[in-house]
Design a protein around this ligand. Structure first.
Ligand SMILES: [Zn+2]
Ligand SMILES: [Zn+2]
Length: 258
């Protein structure tokens, strides 16, 4: 059985821990080595047990701790060629631990099978992941500029998912961000709003997804209650009251599979 936990989530840094009975991996390492190690210790594990780190994209909130963690603990890193090149050009030096790969990629990692799929975003590249163990599939998609059929078709195969619910559009528009930043977030290469996330969740849950964790919430332009209520209302009005919704916290571990 797959267990997934958001360790950190949002613009201050992202990291997701996933395991089945035998294999443990991280998706992203966007906080410091000591913070990620601390979060893992609370779950009864540690970086020494991590078989690989899969990186969605090269923005600093996803790779802040990556270089130190991968070197110190000799953990293999998987990331796309463009994100690898982008990370290197911004000064993240990743040595032979790293396997740059194509956008659509599939690799066996112990007892887990990990597949990537493209997500539009204003990074060199961004990918989501499907993680499979014994026929069960868990999906992750964040930093979503806009929804594509690839994203929908990938996530619909999953039992449970972690998906971005970044901002409340009203809060963003009336909030303190400078207008270029508002435009960036609202653009087709920015982030997914609560309302678009809710529409996606309705479709996915009508087609077999059984649990949702909302992630990468904006601190300034969203609240956990707003994100939760938007998706809860949409699911309830489509007779999906039984689907559990969780909200990932910026600094605290949240289980995405209970
Ligand atoms: Zn990003
Ligand atoms: Zn991000």
């Amino acid at each position: 059985m797959i267990q997934a936990y958001t360790l950190f989530s949002g613009s201050s840094g992202n990291s997701i821990y996933i395991r089945d009975e035998k294999t443990e991996i991280l998706i992203d390492a966007g906080r410091s080595c000591s913070l990620i190690q601390g979060a893992l210790l609370e779950l009864g594990t540690c970086l020494q047990n991590i078989s690989a780190i899969f990186v969605t994209h090269e923005h600093s909130d996803h790779i802040k701790g990556l270089e130190i963690i991968s070197k110190k603990f000799k953990i293999p890193v998987h990331m796309t060629y463009p994100s690898y090149a982008g990370g290197v050009s911004r000064g993240t030096f990743l040595d032979e631990c790293t396997t740059p790969h194509d956008v659509v990629y599939e690799v066996k990692c112990g007892t887990l099978c990990v597949k990537s799929f493209p997500i539009p975003h204003d990074s060199e590249q961004n990918v989501g992941y499907l993680i499979e163990s014994k026929g069960e599939v868990f999906g992750i998609a964040t930093d979503i500029g806009h929804l594509t059929t690839t994203i929908v078709d990938s996530l619909v195969k999953c039992e449970r998912i972690i998906v971005e619910s970044n901002h409340d559009i009203k809060m963003l528009k009336s909030g303190p961000y400078p207008s270029f930043l508002k435009q960036r977030i609202l653009s087709s290469l920015g982030h997914l709003s609560n309302v678009d996330c809710a529409k996606l969740c309705v479709y996915l849950c009508q087609n077999g997804v059984k649990g949702i964790t909302l992630a990468h919430l904006s601190k300034e332009n969203n609240t956990p209650a707003l994100a939760f209520d938007e998706v809860r209302r949409a699911l309830d009005s489509n007779n999906l009251e039984n689907i559990p919704i969780r909200v990932a916290m910026p600094e605290n571990t949240v289980c995405a599979t209970e």
